[in-house]
Write a protein of this length. Structure first.
Lengths: 126, 285, 783
């Protein structure tokens, strides 16, 4: 973390709660956002790994991206830095582009197949 | 058996959790969580997509809580409104809507994935508490002041505006404490303070005109985005090219092919179409 | 204590080995070209020419293809029908030999047929002349050096007792540093010089080697006249002489070892001269390999010598021999504390000598070495190379004297070899094999002499043996030559009238070897037996049992020699009359050496006729040889252990030797002279007689060697191949490759093709990275 100026440091010390998880000043603690983002991200990861339908895998990836966005924006807010939101914008834009292309790939792979099982695309084995 | 604590201390303990922001977070946070889990667990892809949409809405509300107004709206419009619709289009196009009931080829994948995920979550969660302190907002919902160092962006732009190229925005304004919300206009706070280190020069830039509280608004985003002293211009331009490429790519990838035509689009004799050599310019169509 | 030596430096010493070396080089590079003529010659004429000009006058059948050249092509060209049958007989015999019949006991001298290029007679004469003159030149220089040594050498009794009385002159060549390795890592410096030294012992050997060498070169010009590899032969012969000279003239053990190995090489080359015959190739390999075993022991001895003495030089104040004589002798080799361990060096050197001088257990190569041309057998395996072992032992007698156990070993092995070889020689049918076993037996006598401390007598026997054995070998070569390369005595007979000179000279040689006075063999053998008899009470090192066995062998020797003579020259002719007509005497180039050697055999004994003391003749001249060698072999005077020879014992022993020799000679001569077919026992009786068969099979030693070493070695190699090479080494290499392949294969499973697996791997990696960062951050914040 960046070094703080003395006044802010003192304010922070005064304002620090007993525990990072307990709301202070009526605000949601940052830790809650981070933990939520972590859990959402993990859910997305598990979804990517467990599901066999490629569409659902994609949607899990979107979920992960969302979690990251949340994390970014939370940090941006709590550090007073707009960079978090700016990066978030670009993440969304790139996500959109990625979805378009990814779904195009998906279409071209699974157009001529019967079942939609990502396990069947295993020509690269060995 | 320890004695029950007296009601006053219980009330004092519960009180912080009853703040409106906290309650809102709890509601929509849990909602996001629930919809996400349901999305992953549900076998039907269409239902999964719809649950994801709900999740996106919950997350948008959370953005609002974080003062990211523009992003919340963009989340709903772009993410839920365009991307998820695209998902549903593809699901319908490929008829991927039927749940897949086949047996899993990789038997170990699922348990290992769950365990791995738990471990991952644990590790990341621990990292939350690994630092000394996490920043805390004051009563007005403002972030604590600290010496901010922004990127050393666009030296040419800086010189164009008559500023010294080094140390753009290095010093922080110090009078935010006294600034209550709303007193915007000209007070150089937050990013974009274009002063040399140790100096408090206030050279006006786009971003410097936006107070902290308005950072999440359209104006705030826009001012920061198009500010030449900020580093976001180049990614903006690059993203536009990226989107162009994505458009072209998805068109090429998803196009239905004629028989005998390859992905690269070259026409072969099988296709029954005239090769480029045979095409007489200005002749047949 | 080693008497002081006069040391002279004489650069002429280099000439002695230089001449044969030059001869070898010239012949090696130019000889083949000189001796081959470019034009193929058709017709019988050149073949007759090959025998040398004198041949035509002896018998009338000059155009007979006595040359073995192109006999197949020549069969159609016969002019003389009478000769035709003889030729057929010869061809028949020749074909039989080539068919590989062993009933003859090996036609070893047939050689090849000159159907390749024709020999250029002028060229061959030139090559022979170069080779012979080279050795003759060495002989001349040797004589000069000999006089220089003898002139300023000390004579016993001339100056009375005392150290100065036995000063020995030693001539050195100029010092020439061969190799200098500075001392490092705690090891002493190694200073090797290529230096020659001549003292009386060396001078004696020089005369023997170069003198007899010259005679044999001369002989070979006649004997090998029709061989195609004429130049090769003389080249190798000169090379042999060069190495032999290095051996005897080396002033440190390393030059001696160079010569030692070199003569082994030359022997290999010459035994395998008729390389087209498999038996010759096998014999040459056997010789070299068996020699090598001895060389290995010798080399270990050299290492041990260097370990203790730090130098290889033999002479000088720092020389090995000087220091050993002064008592600087390691008692405690290998830390065993055994006094007997100090005998390790001489024992190993003796093992090397058994290899070179064909004693038990390494004698088996010498009989097989008869595959080579007869002059080679005469020079190398009778006179010079095989005596190198005796020479080495006599040279290093100081080392041997320090260890009585080794001396005993030397004497006993010499004696047993003597006996064994004599018994085998009794029943051989090939004339050269008889002589080969006789050589082994006589070498046993020499080692017996060395083992009982009579080193000068051993050298005396070397000298006389060189005379009469070379004579016998050359004579047998003459016989073989006359018999058109028939070597089986069962096919000879009644040759005495036909080849008179050969017969007479061989008769003299047989008299000498039988030990009949006053020829050379008697005096040398008698001295050896005397020394073998005298035990510690007479200051000797011998024992009566040694004498007894030696005396018995002294009886066997004349028996088999006269048996050989009888079978070869007497009795009835066991060949056809037509063949008999083709037998003629050898040319003068071959008979002249015979005559010279016969003369030497007669008078050579008088170099040291010590036995005459038994009949009352006294004087210093009785011991000229011994005095000439001086302190190089005479240790008794310096040690004060003069032999005390009672007169009656001496007389008794002399009479016993003479009696045995004369009686056995008469018995054998009469037995075989009268036999028409030359055999005592008829064949069926021979086949049934177990003793006969054992002797005929050489006591089974060769079979033992083949079974144990050759087959055992092959089995070991096989095992090593199948187990070590294939399973262990290849297994390791292939195993590593297979292991890596297997490992890679098992890693292959990682790439299952399933995207979800890949994603899982990514997750695992991410977890690891995050944990690592976390740990680092926690550790950083904890500090």
């Amino acid at each position: 973390m960046e070094p703080m100026n003395p006044a802010g440091e003192a304010a922070l010390q005064a304002a620090t709660a007993v525990h990072p998880l307990i709301p202070v000043n009526g605000q949601v603690p940052l830790a809650w956002y981070l933990i939520l983002a972590t859990i959402l991200f993990t859910v997305g990861v598990v979804g990517v790994l467990v599901k066999r339908n490629p569409i659902v895998i994609f949607m899990s990836v979107e979920l992960m991206l969302n979690a990251v966005n949340l994390c970014l924006i939370a940090f941006g807010r709590y550090l007073g830095n707009i960079g978090g939101q700016m990066i978030s914008i670009f993440v969304m834009a790139v996500a959109a582009a990625e979805v378009a292309v990814g779904l195009g790939i998906l279409i071209s792979i699974f157009r001529s197949r019967e079942s939609i099982n990502v396990d069947e695309v295993n020509l690269m084995q060995g | 058996m320890p004695p029950l604590p007296d009601p006053e201390s219980i009330r004092l303990a519960i009180l912080p959790f009853l703040a409106p922001q906290v309650l809102l977070f709890l509601t929509f946070g849990l909602g996001a969580l629930a919809t996400a889990v349901t999305m992953v667990l549900y076998p039907n892809p269409v239902r999964s997509a719809l649950f994801l949409v709900l999740n996106l809405f919950c997350v948008a509300v959370l953005y609002l809580l974080l003062n990211a107004y523009f992003l919340a709206v963009v989340q709903v419009i772009v993410y839920a409104g365009a991307i998820m619709v695209l998902f549903l289009f593809v699901i319908m196009l490929l008829n991927l809507g039927t749940p897949d009931r086949s047996k899993d080829v990789l038997r170990w994948q699922q348990p290992v994935a769950v365990v791995g995920g738990l471990v991952f979550a644990l590790v990341l969660g621990l990292s939350v508490f690994s630092t000394r302190t996490l920043p805390v907002l004051d009563e007005n919902g403002l972030a604590p002041e600290r010496q901010k160092r922004t990127f050393n962006a666009a030296p040419q732009a800086a010189s164009m505006l008559g500023m010294s190229p080094a140390g753009v925005g290095s010093a922080a304004g110090r009078d935010t404490e006294t600034d209550t919300d709303g007193s915007a206009g000209g007070s150089p706070v937050g990013n974009g303070v274009s002063a040399a280190e140790g100096e408090n020069e206030q050279v006006p830039t786009l971003a410097s005109k936006i107070p902290v509280t308005e950072h999440g608004t359209v104006r705030g985003i826009g001012a920061n985005l198009y500010d030449p002293t900020q580093p976001w211009l180049f990614p903006f331009e690059a993203t536009s090219i990226l989107l162009l490429v994505a458009v072209i790519g998805s068109v090429v990838l998803a196009k239905r092919r004629m028989p005998g035509e390859s992905l690269a689009g070259s026409r072969t004799a099988e296709a029954g179409l005239a090769t480029p050599d045979e095409i007489v310019p200005g002749g047949e169509a | 204590m080693e008497p002081t030596a006069h040391e002279i430096v004489n650069p002429l010493l280099w000439l002695i080995p230089l001449f044969p070396l030059l001869g070898f080089l010239i012949i090696a590079f130019l000889g083949a070209g000189i001796t081959q003529s470019p034009k193929p010659v058709v017709g019988a004429d050149p073949h007759g020419h090959g025998h040398g000009e004198e041949h035509h006058t002896v018998e009338g059948s000059s155009e007979l293809p006595l040359a073995r050249g192109a006999e197949d092509a020549e069969e159609a060209h016969h002019v003389d029908t009478g000769a035709h049958d003889a030729h057929d007989a010869h061809a028949h015999g020749g074909h039989d030999a080539h068919g590989g019949h062993d009933a003859h006991g090996g036609h070893d001298d047939h050689g090849h047929h000159g159907h390749e290029a024709q020999t250029n007679p002028a060229g061959t004469r030139l090559v022979g002349a170069i080779a012979t003159l080279a050795v003759l030149a060495s002989f001349v220089v040797s004589v000069l050096v000999f006089f220089q040594v003898a002139a300023s050498g000390g004579h016993a009794g001339a100056e009375g007792a005392g150290e100065a009385a036995h000063a020995v002159t030693r001539i050195f060549s100029p010092y020439f540093t061969w190799m200098h390795v500075p001392s490092m890592a705690g090891l002493p410096a190694l200073d090797l010089s290529f230096r020659l030294a001549v003292d009386p012992l060396t001078a004696l050997m020089l005369l023997v080697v170069t003198g007899i060498g010259t005679l044999i070169h001369l002989y070979s010009t006649g004997y090998m006249a029709q061989e195609n590899g004429y130049a090769r032969y003389f080249g190798y012969l000169n090379l042999f002489v060069f190495f032999m000279l290095l051996l005897i003239m080396g002033s440190n053990f390393l030059v001696m070892f160079v010569g030692w190995e070199g003569v082994g090489l030359a022997s290999y080359l010459l035994i395998g001269y008729y390389y087209e015959r498999k038996s010759a190739g096998d014999a040459s390999k056997k010789a070299f390999i068996v020699n090598r075993v001895g060389d290995f022991a010798f080399l270990i001895a050299l290492f041990l010598i260097f370990k203790h003495f730090g130098t290889f030089e033999m002479f000088g104040e720092n020389g090995v021999l000087s220091r050993a004589a002064a008592g600087d002798w390691p008692i405690n080799y290998l830390g065993t504390g055994l006094a007997a361990a100090s005998g390790l060096v001489p024992l190993l050197m003796f093992i090397g000598a058994t290899g070179k001088s064909a004693q038990i257990p390494l004698y088996v190569w010498l009989p097989d070495a008869m595959e080579g041309p007869t002059p080679v057998s005469a020079l190398i395996h009778a006179a010079t190379m095989v005596t190198a072992g005796v020479f080495m032992v006599c040279r290093s007698h100081v080392l041997f004297l320090q260890s009585p156990e080794t001396m005993t070993v030397v004497a006993v092995i010499g004696l047993v070899t003597c006996f064994l070889a004599a018994t085998i020689g009794l029943v051989q049918n090939d004339i050269k094999k008889v002589l080969a076993y006789s050589t082994v037996s006589q070498l046993g006598y020499m080692f017996l002499a060395a083992g009982v401390g009579a080193f000068s007598m051993a050298m005396f026997h070397v000298t006389t043996h060189a005379f009469f054995k070379a004579l016998l070998f050359l004579g047998s070569g003459s016989v073989i030559h006359a018999m058109h390369h028939e070597q089986d005595m069962r096919k000879m007979g009644a040759l005495a009238d036909k080849i008179k000179t050969t017969y007479r000279t061989m008769f003299i040689g047989t008299l000498a070897i039988a030990g009949i006075p006053p020829l050379a063999g008697f005096f040398s053998k008698d001295e050896i037996l005397l020394n073998a008899f005298l035990g510690p009470e007479y200051n000797g090192l011998g024992h009566w049992s040694l004498w007894l066995v030696g005396w018995i062998v002294a009886g066997m020797t004349p028996f088999y020699m006269w048996r050989m003579m009888g079978k070869t020259f007497m009795g009835e002719a066991r060949y056809s009359p037509e063949f008999a007509k083709t037998i003629h005497e050898s040319p003068p180039s071959m008979t002249f050496p015979l005559i010279v050697l016969a003369g030497l055999s007669v008078v050579g004994g008088f170099l040291n006729p010590a036995a005459l003391a038994a009949i009352g003749i006294h004087g210093d001249w009785l011991h000229t040889f011994e005095h000439f060698l001086g302190s190089t072999t005479n240790w008794r005077e310096a040690a004060g252990k003069e032999l005390n020879i009672p007169h009656n014992i001496e007389l008794g022993l002399v009479l016993a030797s003479v009696a045995m020799a004369v009686v056995m000679s008469l018995v054998a001569w009469n037995l075989y002279k009268r036999r028409k077919d030359g055999v005592l026992l008829p064949e069926p009786q021979k086949a049934g007689n177990r003793l006969y068969q054992t002797l005929y099979n050489k006591w089974g030693v060769d079979d033992i060697y083949i079974n144990v070493f050759v087959r055992g070695g092959k089995r070991l190699s096989n095992w090593l191949w199948r187990f070590m090479d294939v399973r262990v080494i290849d297994g390791t290499v292939n195993g590593i490759a297979a292991g890596i392949g297997g490992f890679a294969n098992s890693l292959k499973g990682w790439q299952s093709g399933y995207v979800r697996n890949y994603a899982l791997s990514i997750l695992v990696g991410v977890v690891i990275v995050v944990v690592a960062c976390l740990v680092a951050a926690l550790r950083a914040s904890a500090q």
